[in-house]
Write a protein that binds this ligand. Structure first.
Ligand SMILES: [Zn+2]
Length: 152
């Protein structure tokens, strides 16, 4: 089987590759793309670099912004982004962790205003080796994991 026809190619849009399986749907939710037109989702491709398999998301006719693609780094720091124009790769983009995360992540502190009063969440990235974000409301530092990233 040739991988070329497992997932069909797109003329214009954004290809997110090397998402660890099974996080493709989570990536789409984080980006808020559930109702955004045509997408192709491939789950569980074999990958030499990713022993657990990789997922691919192709978003047609939409060039994601840097702010959007950086959100992917929260759960898939090794994902690669290709912007496709007229059937060609117009840009290969590196992703990096966003300095701020709003709304898409929930605070693990049950007493936090975001959980008690439903305030919208806002985290700031801490400097350091591990991926730590600090809640602006309750100041709790939290390590990012896919479960904290909401489907809101
Ligand atoms: Zn909090």
């Amino acid at each position: 089987m040739d991988r070329a026809y497992k997932v069909y190619s797109i003329e214009n849009g954004t290809v997110i590759d090397h998402i660890p399986t099974p996080l493709a749907l989570k990536v789409i939710r984080i980006l808020g793309l559930e109702n955004e037109g045509i997408m192709t989702i491939g789950i569980g491709f074999r990958s030499d670099k990713q022993p657990g398999g990789k997922d691919i998301v192709k978003v047609e006719n939409r060039e994601l912004s840097h702010d959007e693609t950086n959100k992917i780094a929260l759960i898939a720091p090794d994902a690669t982004i290709n912007i496709i124009k007229n059937g060609r790769v117009a840009e290969k983009r590196q992703i990096k962790l966003p300095e701020e995360v709003r709304e898409i992540m929930s605070c693990p502190n049950p007493n936090c205003a975001t959980n008690v009063l439903g305030a919208s969440t806002h985290f700031l990235l801490e400097k350091g080796d591990r991926i730590i974000y600090r809640c602006r409301y309750c100041e709790r530092a939290t390590e990012v994991n896919a479960d904290l990233l909401t489907s809101r």
